[in-house]
Design a protein around this ligand. Structure first.
Ligand code: FAD
Length: 577
């Protein structure tokens, strides 16, 4: 068979396109010139999105993969470009999403000679990657990239392919066939009926059962809601899983821990049975009772029993296992007292937080900001939340609907993740409304890439909550009783800075200015930055509070109520005592 010749780098891009990758984030370098040339040749199938820092490109790819569930791609050139990628790749690794990283390398003829920018890249990526290879011949390049993508999907992680640049220039036969059409993920075992029966029996015997779900249940939102309703079991989730069940569901308490709501903390502490679905939540040891019955559903056998003793382990896909529980169960005729108490607790919390939404205090509280965000958000909005106090605020105050999505740097928790993830999600979903919601600490780590949003006229709404502090760490220092050290940060007018970079910028200090800025943002053409000067007040540390006027010193409760300005509202009640 006679085939045409094609440069190896061009053949590689065709493989990526066959897997559904149609854009890649990165910044060119001399050691990546053959792939840059291929990106120029192949622009009909592969869009190059230029970022201003490789870390932003890698975080954009990670954020995109979180929102789409599909592989996303990024690149960096030899040496500094490769090193800069690492942080974003770790984010993908920790939240288990598939990312392909192409890494430049000097030409084969000068490899291993201490050449300019040359480094031994494989050891550096060994820890972050599920697949990590250097291409040895031009003919291999499409094959290695095909295998890399398979491995990234199979292991839900990062695949790194290092490409000596001379190989990409070499013509090869144009006959490589990608395996994208053949690739299937493993079929998970059906849950055993004995496990299903045992689970239902334990639920029947429990007095205070809860459903705790993680991102492994992301395809099972309907089943979670149906089971909760049928068996009268309130629900909560890891912070990362916000959005799987709508926030308006009265039986969903959001999460426990520090990034939590008060009813979420109460629920986790009260549970005598936890149906733990598709989660590897790491802080449960601080909340779940050690002797609570624990039923775990996971597709990974190594995760069963990883965080808690397990009474029943169900190795199955979350959706399938929940469907089996639904099918085999009898409905509970009347909602239990525990369920009703949880629902009332949530309603109480919602009422309390809503009482601050029109608070005109200056500097502003965060609740009015989230009120504006919730009002402006479309039904398919994508919220990219940064790391810090903003994670707590977003998880508490965003009112998510079923069609909306969030991305969070959840387990790796790298600051500065939101703005890049907004670039990634906007590239993947150009017709959806995309938000980046950051603190001033996270925003200033990556704000140069506002220029990227401007270059591609991405209509991202960037909200910056500015308190001139690394507030999350400041609170940790308070908890340890140490003086504030190194947490105050130099403020700036980020609205003006955004305008100077070509975006539409607003700096907001009052409630009226806030409303005006959000109204103007509705009419945006390109990116908008709304810098809101907020009070440097710690988010309510709900994980440390046990508030019950029936079992606690009424004076202490009254002081608490006053401190958080909840006069006129009932303080929260726990189920304890
Ligand atoms: P993962 O850790 O990804 O686990 C998912 C599990 O699901 C895995 O075991 C996997 O094998 C399994 N799985 C995958 N697919 C399926 C399937 N189809 N069926 C069944 N199982 C499947 N979170 C909190 O909740 N509280 C906090 O206080 C908190 N503090 C934080 C502080 C900061 C600053 C930040 C940034 C984040 C914080 N987080 C907090 C986030 C937290 O780290 C994550 O929520 C956490 O990593 C748990 O996520 P997960 O269990 O949903 O997902």
């Amino acid at each position: 068979m006679v085939t045409q010749k094609i440069n190896a780098a061009d053949a590689m891009l065709k493989v990526m396109a066959d897997w559904g990758i149609d854009h890649i984030f990165g910044l060119p370098g001399g050691s990546f010139d053959s792939t840059m040339n291929a990106l120029h040749n192949q622009k009909a199938i592969m869009r190059y999105i230029q970022v201003r820092h490789e870390e932003v490109g890698a975080l954009a790819a990670s954020g995109e993969a979180k929102a789409t569930g599909k592989i996303a791609a990024t690149f960096g050139s030899a040496g500094p470009g490769a090193v800069h990628l690492l942080n974003g790749l770790y984010d993908a690794k920790y939240d288990h999403v598939p990312v392909l990283a192409l890494v430049g390398q000097v030409a084969t003829g000068v490899m291993n000679t201490d050449y300019f920018q040359e480094m031994n890249e494989n050891p550096m990526f060994a820890d972050v990657a599920v697949y990590n290879r250097t291409v040895m011949t031009a003919e291999q390049l499409p094959l290695v990239v095909d295998q890399a993508i398979q491995q990234a999907y199979k292991n839900s992680g990062v695949a790194v392919v290092t490409i000596p640049t001379d190989l990409g220039w070499q013509p090869i036969e144009d006959h490589f066939e990608a395996t994208a059409n053949l690739f299937q993920m493993g079929n998970y075992p059906e849950p055993r009926s004995t496990d299903i029966q045992q689970t239902l029996q334990l639920i029947k015997e429990a007095k205070q059962p809860i459903i705790y779900f993680g991102q492994g249940a992301k395809a099972a939102g309907d089943e979670l809601v149906a089971l909760s309703d049928k068996l009268s079991i309130p629900m909560m989730s890891s912070a990362l899983s916000k959005g799987i069940v709508a926030d308006e569901n009265p039986a969903y308490m959001v999460s426990a821990g520090r990034v939590a709501t008060k009813p979420g903390v109460d629920l986790a502490e009260a549970a005598d049975l936890i149906l733990f679905v598709g989660s590897n939540y790491e802080f449960g040891q601080y909340f779940f009772k050690p002797d609570a019955k624990f039923i775990q559903i996971d597709i990974d056998p190594t995760k069963l029993g990883h965080r808690h003793h397990v009474d029943v382990g169900i190795l199955a896909d979350a959706k399938t296992a929940l469907a089996a529980l639904l099918e085999a169960s009898e409905p509970v005729s009347e909602k239990t007292a525990f369920y009703r108490a949880a629902v009332a607790n949530k309603a109480n919390w919602d009422q309390w937080t809503a009482s601050f939404e029109d608070d005109p205090q200056t500097p502003l509280r965060v609740e009015p900001v989230f009120k504006e965000i919730n009002q402006m958000a479309t039904n398919d909005a994508i919220f990219n939340l940064d790391v810090g106090n903003v994670t707590i605020d977003g998880v508490r105050f965003l009112k998510m609907k079923p069609g909306q999505k969030t991305t969070i740097s959840a387990w790796y928790a790298t600051m500065g993740a939101a703005l890049p993830a907004a670039i990634g999600t906007q590239a993947a979903f150009p017709n959806r409304q995309v938000w980046s919601i950051s603190g001033d600490g996270g925003f200033t780590m990556v704000m140069q890439d506002l220029i990227t949003q401007v270059k591609y006229q991405m209509p991202i709404i960037n909200v910056v909550l500015s308190n001139d502090s690394f507030g999350f760490i400041e609170a940790e220092q308070d908890d340890k009783g140490q003086p504030h050290s190194g947490v105050a940060i130099q403020g700036a007018d980020y609205g003006a800075a955004a305008t100077a970079l070509g975006a539409q910028g607003f700096t907001v200090r009052t409630l009226d200015e806030l409303k005006a800025a959000f109204a103007a943002a509705q009419k945006r053409q390109g990116p908008v930055v709304i810098d809101v000067k907020i009070a440097n007040e710690r988010p309510l540390p709900v994980e440390q509070l046990v508030i019950d006027d029936q079992t606690q010193d009424p004076k202490a409760v009254a002081q608490f109520v006053e401190k958080y300005r909840a006069q006129g509202l009932k303080p929260f009640r726990t189920f304890l005592g």
